[in-house]
Design a protein around this ligand. Structure first.
Ligand code: CA
Length: 390
């Protein structure tokens, strides 16, 4: 038995305890929580087979009362001695996709991002479409290409047509970009034909991950009218290996910046689910942006209510992401198309002027949020490197 050392100021203190799936030396995948620089093997610590599963899904289906009990039990146990075989240094483990992704939906909840993209994609029209302030706009993404942090991203090929070109051509994307987002993981699903109320969010959603929604802007711009994003997005979406439970985000909850006009009844609720999560975007190791999640117009509770209001069911493992997080400042933009204003205003990265991603580039998103008693909760990071088109 030993006490797990937590370095002073660690974003993975006992008030966080995010869940992930790990393996050691090619062994079986199992569920653990992160504490300091260690991973605690929950099947060993709690002697519970649900954590010997290769994904979080069996635990997620057990529901909010059980999530709370388990968190309380882990908190009590790690404050005392933990059996040695349950503790692994995080540097010695391989981290995997933490949950089996059921459906993947991506929203578009930042007014700053939607306005910037509107100006860039439709320069002669109103930046926001007429529906934007009435519903959280979203589209269905490709669940099967959600990958864990560290997975290499192959530059996608597709049809590209610049506004000054007469006809489309086929080839590798020339405008490959990122989107810094926060993703929400559904634990308890809902019934087909029913709906999840805006105040039932925490009964269904287990926690949050960092998301990089890689985007090929040239493919997207040519294909997206009238049915929305398709191949410009579906080639890969990266997520962080740690799922931060909603229970760890209590101190991060803030009111939304304000909604005008007031949304329809089914999108109104009494609970604040704005979140004060501060992102950092690093391009080849250099910080280029700090997108603030607290600026988001729509809350994740409204996203889930909207996603199910037509009777569509939610399932364990559903992932829905916020859409690019952008604040009002230039260095608060969560996509390079905004940061470089369509490629016309390059940023300097490691001494070079840059616009979109080149082969070999690496992008890392990280984020923290306020925890209890002045602490900071860390989400860890989601990173990916671009490899040449095939
Ligand atoms: Ca997106």
């Amino acid at each position: 038995m030993s006490v797990v050392e937590v370095p002073a100021g660690s974003p993975f203190g006992p008030e966080n305890l995010p869940y992930g799936v790990f393996s050691v030396a090619g062994g079986r995948r199992r569920v653990g929580v992160r504490l300091g620089d260690s991973v605690i093997d929950l099947a060993v610590l709690l002697e519970d087979e649900v954590f010997a599963a290769p994904s979080l899904n069996p635990f997620l289906t057990q529901g909010p009362e059980r999530w709370a009990q388990v968190r309380e039990r882990i908190t009590a146990l790690v404050a005392r001695d933990v059996p040695g075989p349950a503790v692994r240094p995080v540097r010695d483990v391989t981290l995997h996709l933490p949950f089996e992704v059921a459906d993947y939906v991506d929203f578009y909840a930042s007014e700053h991002h939607a306005s910037n993209l509107g100006r860039l994609f439709r320069p002669d029209a109103e930046p926001l479409m007429p529906n934007w302030k009435h519903l959280p706009v979203g589209y269905h993404g490709r669940a099967g290409t959600v990958v864990v942090s560290g997975t290499e991203i192959v530059r996608p090929c597709g049809q590209r047509k610049a506004p000054d070109e007469a006809a489309p051509s086929f080839g590798p994307s020339r405008r490959l970009d990122i989107e810094a987002e926060l993703g929400f993981v559904v634990g308890v699903g809902s019934e087909l034909g029913g709906r999840v109320g805006v105040d039932e969010f925490a009964r269904h959603v287990f926690g949050a991950v960092l998301v990089n929604d890689w985007s090929a802007r040239d493919i997207q711009a040519w294909e997206y009218v009238p049915l929305g994003p398709h191949l410009g997005k579906s080639f890969a979406t990266s997520v962080s290996p740690w799922v931060v439970p909603l229970a760890a985000l209590e101190a991060a909850r803030v009111p939304l910046p304000g909604q005008d006009p007031q949304p329809l009844e089914y999108l109104r609720g009494g609970e604040d689910w704005g979140l004060d999560v501060e992102f950092v975007v690093e391009w080849n190791g250099e910080e280029v942006s700090r997108p603030p999640y607290r600026e988001m117009y729509w809350s994740p509770a409204q996203m889930l209510a909207h996603m199910t209001v037509n009777g569509a069911s939610a399932r364990t493992g559903d992932l829905f992401a916020s859409g690019t997080i952008s604040g009002p400042g230039r260095r608060q933009r969560g996509a390079f198309i905004e940061l470089t204003w369509g490629g016309r205003e390059p940023v300097v990265v490691k001494g070079e002027e840059r616009t979109f991603l080149l082969d070999g580039d690496e992008v890392t998103l990280s984020a923290t949020a306020p925890g209890p008693d002045g602490s900071r909760i860390g989400f860890g990071e989601v990173t990916g490197r671009i490899t040449p088109a095939r």
